[in-house]
Design a protein around this ligand. Structure first.
Ligand SMILES: C[S@@+](CC[C@H](N)C(=O)[O-])C[C@H]1O[C@@H](n2cnc3c(N)ncnc32)[C@H](O)[C@@H]1O
Length: 202
């Protein structure tokens, strides 16, 4: 998601107390869940509110987009000591996140429909190999998407990589799961578009 830089971008990024630059420094040693491509941050911030005994990291590669999430979090009345943000492409975070993560959320990841761009999909074999290095113990990937092709590609790619599926849904609204909405999800839901979802484990 590329967009123009908000006027407040540099200011909020410089003053943000929960931005991770070098080391992961949560107050409490809870399990760590990350969202790769958090966009404007609604999902990760509401997850952090809902689950105070899990540490969450929202990762976004564009500063312009991440600054919107940061501003939202800074303006909350309550502090969320279990929420941190990283502005970076996930490709560059192998060392920082190594062997710490318990769950990865991929919400409405860019579909990269052209075959020649398949490597850029966040469920390509290249990314799955990277995630292997980030997980501590069991690997869990939870994915939501509106995109049929990305969903079917991701099911095949994860299966090929040794994952099993605890849940597969072709219409998330029919499922009895504890769902926290993302910005894209809200938009698609309002348009009546079915959201596909899986929970994968390895
Ligand atoms: C389509 S948006 C979805 C945003 C949000 N998850 C939602 O559901 O509303 C995908 C986001 O992932 C980010 N992104 C894509 N590839 C990434 C990568 N390799 N590392 C970090 N962020 C990435 C994009 O910049 C964009 O903001």
């Amino acid at each position: 998601m590329r967009m123009r830089n908000p006027k407040y971008m540099n200011e909020v990024i410089e003053s943000c107390p929960f931005l991770i630059k070098n080391a992961i420094n949560f107050e409490k040693e809870y399990p760590i869940h990350i969202e790769i491509g958090m966009g404007k941050g609604n999902f990760i911030l509401n997850m952090a509110k809902k689950y105070p005994h899990i540490n969450f990291i929202g990762i976004e590669k564009y500063s312009s987009v991440a600054s919107i999430a940061i501003k939202k979090i800074m303006e909350l009345e309550e502090e969320l000591p279990n929420l941190k943000i990283i502005i970076s492409d996930i490709k560059n975070l192998e060392e920082l996140l190594k062997c710490k993560v318990e769950v990865i959320y991929l919400n409405f990841s860019d579909p990269w429909p052209k075959k020649k761009h398949a490597k850029r999909r966040l469920t390509s074999p290249e990314f799955l190999k990277l995630y292997d290095k980030l997980f501590k113990g069991k690997a869990r990937i939870y994915m939501k998407t509106d995109n049929d092709d990305l969903f079917s590609y991701s099911l095949d790619s994860l299966k090929e990589h040794g994952y099993e599926f605890k849940k597969i849904s072709y219409d998330l609204k029919d499922e009895n799961i504890d769902n926290v909405l993302t910005e894209y999800e809200e938009k698609f839901q309002n348009q009546g578009i079915k959201i596909k979802y899986f929970e994968a484990i390895k």
